[in-house]
Write a new protein. Sequence first.
Length: 147
Amino acid sequence: MAICLDASFIGALLLPEELSNKARSVHRTWLEAREAFIAPTLLVAEVTSLLRKAVYTRRAEAAVARMALELFGQMPITYFQMPPLTNLAWTWGETLNTPRLYDMFYLALADAQDCELWVVEKKLVNIVGSRSARVRWVGDLEDGPNL
C-alpha cells in the first residue's frame, strides 16, 4: 500500500522544525519497509515554494535550501496528475467548506489510492475531523526509536 505525503511532511524532512525528528523517524521506518510514497504533482510547487520562503524569511540559508531541494528531487515519490483528482478535491472542499483546495488534492489522492495521508501541520487534521480516518498527524506518534 502507498503512503501519501503532503508538503508539510516533506518540509519537516528537509528543514528542522518541531516535528522533524518524528517525521524523519517514521519516514526511515517506511523506507526500510520499502513503502511506496505518492503525492499529487502539486507537491513539487509547494515544496519548492516552502524552501524559497524559508530562505526569504531567513529560516534557512540559501545553500541549505538548495541542498534540500536537491534531496527532494531524489526522493522516491510517485506523482499523480491533478486533473483526474479535481472532482474529488472539489467534493472534499464542499464537504469541509474550505476556501482553497490545495490540501484537498492530497486528500483526494489518498481516497483514490485507498491509503493514508501523512501531515505535519495539524490544520488539515482539525478541518477533516472525524470525516476521514485517512489523515494522520505526525504529532500523534509516540516518541522513541520504534515509531
